[in-house]
Every structure is written in structure tokens, then in C-alpha cells.
Design a protein around this ligand. Structure first.
Ligand code: ZN
Ligand code: ZN
Length: 155
């Protein structure tokens, strides 16, 4: 319960899609990047998607509106958005990179049959203490848990 509230607060400032798009434009401008319609369309798509789409999946959708967009542009835009900290790459199994515009901390379950990625939250994972020698030797920036299995639909 508490965790859900914390997550909401994290994303409060970008709690609605329009606000998030405005924030994206502002972040681009601050980074000296041009705010192109295609860039916005790519961000808009991952923002509205619960699928954790791959570049190809984003490309298939964005090209419906912008037929002139290329897969290369989509790839580069996704890399830029990730660098700007407005999306994360979902740790994967070596298949196509998948992207998530929900940057609040959460865990992922990936189905090995259909490739679907499901979000979940787990306080135990979040609070997991790393072994002492790791904590002493390294500066830990992020911890993530990636669970693979077979989803309910594929069982
Ligand atoms: Zn599945
Ligand atoms: Zn996610």
C-alpha cells in the first residue's frame, strides 16, 4: 500500500499525459534537442503503452501517423529518451530491447512464450539488502529484479 503511494508521488508532476508531453518537450529543449513531431510521437507512444514496446513495435504504430518515419529514427529517439531519463530499457533476455516510459521503480515479469512484459511491485525486492562485500566495494546506483516465466495466458 505504502509503496503504491510513494510511486504516485514520484510521478505526480507528470501524472497526466499532456503534462508528461510538456515535460518531455521542456527536457528536450534544455538538452538542446529539437522537438520534432516524430520525437514527440515516439515518446507519446511509449508513454501510452503498457506493452513495454520494442523499437519495431513503436515504429509500426508511429508510422501509421507519420509514414515518413524510419526505424532508425525511432531507434535513435528511444535511445535519446532513455538517456534523458524519461524511459528505461527493460532488462531483457537478449531479445529486442524493450522500453518503458514508467520510470518509477517497479519490477518486471517476462513471459518466455509470448514475450509479454508485466509490471509488478514488490516491497521485499525494493528493500533487498545486497551482500556486504558488494555494498562496501561498489556504489550501487540501481537494483532491478527481472523475473521470467510463463504467463497466465500461455500456461
Ligand atoms: Zn505469455
Ligand atoms: Zn514496466
Amino acid at each position: 500500500m505504502k509503496k503504491t503511494q510513494a510511486r504516485k508521488t514520484d510521478t505526480d508532476k507528470i501524472s497526466n499525459a499532456d503534462g508528461a508531453i510538456e515535460n518531455f518537450k521542456a527536457v528536450c529543449r534544455r538538452a538542446g534537442l529539437r522537438v520534432t513531431l516524430q520525437r514527440v510521437a515516439v515518446y507519446e507512444h511509449i508513454l501510452g503503452s503498457k506493452e513495454h514496446p520494442s523499437a519495431t513495435m513503436v515504429f509500426e504504430q508511429v508510422r501509421k501517423k507519420y509514414p515518413e518515419v524510419s526505424l532508425d529514427t525511432v531507434n535513435r529517439t528511444l535511445a535519446t529518451i532513455t538517456e534523458l531519463g524519461l524511459a528505461n530499457m527493460v532488462p531483457g533476455d537478449g531479445r529486442a530491447k524493450r522500453f518503458d516510459a514508467d520510470v518509477a521503480h517497479h519490477q518486471h515479469f517476462c513471459c518466455v512464450r509470448c514475450g509479454k512484459i508485466y509490471d509488478f511491485e514488490c516491497a521485499e525486492f525494493e528493500n533487498m539488502k545486497l551482500p556486504r562485500h558488494i555494498r562496501e566495494k561498489f556504489k550501487v546506483l540501481t537494483k532491478t529484479v527481472f523475473v521470467q516465466g510463463i504467463c497466465g495466458k500461455c500456461r
